[in-house]
Design a protein around this ligand. Structure first.
Ligand SMILES: Cc1cc2nc3c(=O)[nH]c(=O)nc-3n(C[C@H](O)[C@H](O)[C@H](O)COP(=O)(O)OP(=O)(O)OC[C@H]3O[C@@H](n4cnc5c(N)ncnc54)[C@H](O)[C@@H]3O)c2cc1C
Length: 377
């Protein structure tokens, strides 16, 4: 939009090509956004109130994102879960056409320009690792979080933003696995196996779904959804309800004639998966009642989250108090931010890319408005 208004737009990126994380995100089928109503959509984000997020999503909604992709020849579809995917599932054609459209609009692409410092302006002076410098009347930073650093987003921008006097809340892994030391017999029986149809509780939050038991601990949607609560705990742990559709009384009733080997009996009578059975077998419950209590409350303490480099996204970033509602840095008018650099987080499900697009749209609109007002004096 800035280029369309006749502004000279230059896009700098540290890597040889743009959109590397976008391509990684597309590997298992690009989940572009979600068809959930805006009221509940806006509740998925941390850092600000749902009303604030509602406003952000209003600037570039899920429908607008789908229309934008369709205009570039990439239709989307809504899965039963509400997740919205590209019809051919691949991110590469969309990225290719997007870059082409920007180039046609006059946007200049300068790759292998890793930004090392910004001297405040306007004009802002940008200093790059390759020794080049550039002046710009307005700057939009969308440098990502710190996960998957090979894609270019390494979070090292914190160094120069702090030099500009800006407050940054520490970057932390979000949407990631959590580490637990399993007993060898649990790993032998259940490594790589799922815990399906479970309810996971962390603090006063809970999430239903499926977890995967891995050599390092657990991975999966419910943990991604509970990451914010887990990170807030001094000693992070979850409680798993392996049988959320059954009460303790119902589970005990199914074990009526069982007299020994309760975990093995429960495997058949409660239809326990291999992983669920492995968790209960290690607990040595002496009777059906204690096993039923255990099945409804398998407590797993965690050593911590997996490293940020492996996470799907990043929590933390530039603190909201540094930004106007137009996403301009209050202390440095003319400098704008978008995407994962800002201090918010959301679960998987298309919520991440959606807000990157929405905040990107707002930052670009605001930069255009700012430059127009400066020109008009
Ligand atoms: C495995 C995986 C799967 C995912 N799947 C999904 C999904 O299906 N749906 C979804 O909504 N989200 C998904 N995400 C998350 C989503 O990809 C990110 O939230 C989103 O890409 C963040 O966008 P961004 O523009 O903030 O940053 P990024 O996409 O990380 O882009 C930042 C850019 O800035 C450049 N850069 C960084 N530092 C500098 C510097 N100093 N100088 C110059 N350039 C720099 C980088 O090279 C990079 O090109 C996934 C993420 C991963 C890792």
């Amino acid at each position: 939009m800035c280029a369309e208004l006749g502004l000279h737009v230059v896009l700098y990126d540290a890597k040889r090509s743009v959109g590397r994380k976008f391509l990684v995100a597309g590997k298992g089928g690009l989940n572009l956004t979600n068809a959930e109503p805006k009221e509940t959509f806006s509740e998925k984000y941390s850092g600000k109130s749902p009303a604030f997020w509602h406003g952000i999503l209003d600037e570039f909604s899920a429908q607008e994102l789908r229309r934008w992709a369709a205009d570039l020849g990439c239709e989307t579809f809504e899965a039963k879960s509400g997740r919205v995917y590209l019809k051919d599932l691949k991110a590469a054609p969309l990225l290719r056409r997007w870059v082409l459209k920007l180039k046609e609009a006059g946007v200049e692409f300068r790759m292998q320009h890793r930004l090392l410092d910004i001297i405040p302006g306007p004009p802002f002076r940008l200093l790059f690792e390759n020794g080049t410098q550039a002046n710009s009347d307005a700057v939009v930073l969308a440098l990502g979080g710190a996960s998957w650093p090979d894609t270019g987003s390494d979070g090292l921008w914190g160094v120069f933003l702090k030099k500009l006097g800006l407050k940054i809340s520490p970057l932390a892994p979000a949407n990631c696995g959590w580490e637990h030391d399993w007993a060898p017999e649990v790993l032998t029986a259940a490594e790589g196996k799922p815990l399906k149809n479970i309810r996971v509780i962390a603090g006063n939050k809970s999430s239903a779904g499926e977890l995967l038991l891995t050599h390092y601990g657990l991975e999966g949607g419910p943990l991604y959804a509970l990451g914010h609560s887990l990170r807030a705990m001094e000693h992070p742990s979850i409680s798993i309800d392996l049988k959320p559709a059954h009460s303790i009384e119902q589970l005990v009733a199914k074990m009526e004639s069982a007299r020994k080997n309760f975990a093995d009996e429960a495997r058949l009578r409660w239809k326990l998966s291999d992983a669920a059975h492995a968790l209960l077998a290690g607990r040595n419950c002496p009777d059906a009642v204690s096993l039923a209590h255990e099945a409804k409350n398998v407590v797993i303490p965690f050593k911590g989250p997996r490293p940020i480099a492996e996470a799907i996204s990043t929590a933390g970033g530039l603190c909201w108090e540094e930004l106007t509602d137009d996403l301009m840095v209050k202390k440095h008018p003319g400098l704008f931010l978008a995407g994962e650099m800002i201090d918010w987080e959301a679960p998987t499900g298309g919520y991440l890319l959606q807000v990157c697009f929405s905040t990107g749209t707002i930052a670009a609109h605001s930069a255009c408005k700012y430059l127009k007002e400066r020109r008009e004096g």
